[in-house]
Write a protein that binds this ligand. Structure first.
Ligand SMILES: [Cu+2]
Length: 143
């Protein structure tokens, strides 16, 4: 699986780097969907001044905990040049739940498992789902 994902993410990351930046009206809300064992989109651009929300859109956690997801620092994609692991982890995000990182002076501020605001400066970060780490990856480009 990762042999397929790595080139795709690398290509997508290059596309992010080459994409023209939106001049005005870019700030706002960026949402990443967590469902069916995937982050969507798998490469996420967060314009300056935007909040970033991870929303678990799985309809149910039946049976067992299959619909639960979380966000942890990614390691599989972390070797892509210029990327680094996300600096904090979320709590468990149950179906219907959300985790939001707020825009904070040149980046994001995420309050996760440790209950403390963690600064996320501009950069490209690898994330994974701690419950499905082998299949669920994404890159977050904080601008
Ligand atoms: Cu997951």
């Amino acid at each position: 699986m990762s042999r397929l994902i790595r080139p795709l993410l690398a290509a997508a990351l290059a596309a992010v780097a080459l994409a023209p930046s939106s001049p005005a009206g870019a700030a706002g809300e960026v949402e990443v969907t967590l469902a069916a064992g995937q982050f969507a989109p798998a490469v996420v651009q967060v314009p300056p001044g935007s909040n970033l929300t991870f929303a678990n859109r799985d309809a149910t956690n039946y049976p067992m905990v299959i619909g639960n997801h979380n966000v942890i620092p990614g390691t599989v994609t972390g070797h892509i040049p210029g990327t680094k692991p996300f600096p904090t982890s979320s709590n468990l995000i149950a179906p219907g739940g959300k985790w939001t990182c707020s825009a904070a002076g040149g980046g994001l501020s995420c309050t996760g498992l440790d209950g403390k605001p963690t600064p996320v400066p501009p950069g490209t970060y690898a994330i994974a789902c701690g419950l499905h780490p082998n299949q669920m990856h994404a890159l977050i480009a904080v601008q």
